[in-house]
Structures are given as C-alpha cells and as structure tokens.
Design a protein around this ligand. Structure first.
Ligand code: GDP
Ligand code: MG
Length: 177
C-alpha cells in the first residue's frame, strides 16, 4: 500500500520462540512497552504487539508474536509461524537445557516456514553473570554454525533488547527491499 508521498509501508511478522521461562514474554514487553515483570509465570494471552521503527525514512512495523505459554505443552501451532519473516530464538544463559533445545526450535521453525526468515539467537538473562551456565563463545559459535545473528540480552536491565529486535527488523527490510 502507499502513503501520501507514494512511499511503501512495511509490516513484518516476527516470532519469539524458545523454552519456557527463558524470558520471551519479558523481551517483548521490554521492547514494546519498556516493561518488565519479575513474577510473570504464565503469560496471559496477548498474541502479538506491534512496534514501529524508521528505516530509510520509511515506517517499518514489526508485528511481534509471543507464544503465550503454549511451548510448555509442546503445542506451538503452525498458525503461530505462518507468514513469519523474522524469528528470535531465545535461551537462558543460566540454564544449559534451554541452550540444548535451540536446535529443536530451529528445526521447528524450518519446518513451518516457506520463506527466508531473518533469525537471531538470543542468550537472555545476561544480568545473571554469577550463575552463567552457557558461555558467550558457545552462543557465538552455535550462531555461526547455523548462520544466525547472535546477541546476549537482559530483559531485566534492558541490555541489547532494542538492538536485538532492530537488527532482525533491518535484516528483514534488507531481504525484501
Ligand atoms: P517466557 O516463558 O519465555 O515467556 O519467560 P518470561 O518472560 O515469562 O520470564 C520467565 C521468568 O524469567 C520470569 O520470572 C522473569 O521475570 C524472568 N526473566 C525474564 N527475563 C529476564 C532477564 O533478562 N533477567 C532475569 N534475571 N530474569 C528474567
Ligand atoms: Mg511467555
């Protein structure tokens, strides 16, 4: 569609995946509303939030989807992935099991996507340095091996949250423009 100046508008669907309690919902609430919830156990069903940024003078909207806790039941549906052009694959740097699951999430993403997906591996909770269980190097090398962007983040103290989303959004934009 067009705006008054004849430019284009962009709307990109991005999904956040990864094991339960890695911080997916808080990454989204930090990015979209600058909010963090220390006690968010199960997410109450907000399906997605929309956030805009400007690239090349154009408004680019990201519609970012949250699993709303479905991942606990291994029931993330194909509808969740449908049309996604970007993905954040999240693990918790203080829980190795969540890092071990990354391969399974990447497989699931591949199975459900029929287009190029801009993918970012996200090691969240980097504020928990004292109980770190996965090194930065391990994250980096997995990302390199799988051809993903990589970033460690903290939804709690905001480290790299905006950056992680914006790198993915820019990459999608570059893929389509
Ligand atoms: P989800 O199940 O992946 O959506 O994870 P949530 O966003 O619900 O977060 C699970 C738990 O981890 C909650 O208690 C959050 O407060 C906590 N949490 C999320 N992100 C961070 C973070 O960056 N640092 C720390 N220390 N805790 C976090
Ligand atoms: Mg959640």
């Amino acid at each position: 569609s067009s705006d008054d100046e004849g430019g284009e508008e962009y709307l990109f669907k991005i999904v956040i995946i990864g094991d339960s309690a890695v911080g997916k919902s808080n990454l989204l609430s930090r990015y979209a509303r600058n909010e963090f919830n220390l006690h968010s156990k199960a997410t109450i069903g907000v399906e997605f939030q929309t956030q805009s940024m400007e690239i090349d003078g154009k408004e680019v909207k990201a519609q970012i989807w949250d699993t709303a806790g479905q991942e606990r039941f291994r029931a993330v549906t194909s509808a969740y992935y449908r049309g996604a052009v970007g993905a954040l694959v999240v693990y918790d740097i203080s829980r190795r099991t969540t890092f071990d699951s990354v391969g399974r999430w990447l497989d699931e993403l591949k199975t459900h996507s029929d287009t190029t997906v801009a993918r970012m591996l996200v090691g969240n909770k980097c504020d928990l340095e004292n109980i770190r269980d996965v090194s930065v190097e391990e994250g980096k090398s997995l990302a390199e091996a799988e051809g993903l962007f990589f970033m460690e983040t903290s939804a709690l103290d905001s480290t790299n949250v905006k950056k992680a989303f914006e790198i993915v959004i820019r990459e999608i934009y570059n893929n389509v423009s």
